[in-house]
Design a protein around this ligand. Structure first.
Ligand SMILES: [Zn+2]
Length: 108
């Protein structure tokens, strides 16, 4: 279990960072909209960029939440498909991986 602790700590830090990023994105989003801009094309273009960044960050926060939940339930590091152990090297690369490399590659 302890070997996962560092990964979970890192995930918690990352989640904190992502939350700050989402806040910043949303603050930026609001400031764009509060400006009385006449350049509508530029505005909707930056809307899309904000939206995309926001989505990516939120998705990642969700993945991290799930990983931390699995850790709390002693399921972290266990493949959700075959219930085998997920390789530690894989978890180091993708800390919120839910499948071992074999299942992940056969699923895709
Ligand atoms: Zn598996």
């Amino acid at each position: 279990m302890d070997m996962y602790k560092n990964l979970i700590d890192a995930l918690e830090k990352k989640r904190e960072m992502l939350r700050k990023r989402v806040e910043k994105i949303e603050a930026g989003f609001r400031s764009v909209h509060s400006q009385d801009s006449e350049d509508r094309a530029t505005e909707s273009e930056s809307d899309e960029v904000f939206q995309a960044l926001d989505d990516v960050s939120r998705q990642e926060i969700q993945l991290i939440d799930d990983a931390i939940k699995r850790f709390e339930n002693n399921q972290y590091g266990t493949c959700t498909a075959c219930e085998g152990k997920i390789q530690i090297k894989r978890l180091e690369a993708i800390p919120y991986a839910t499948m071992c490399i074999e299942c992940a590659s056969s699923a895709s």
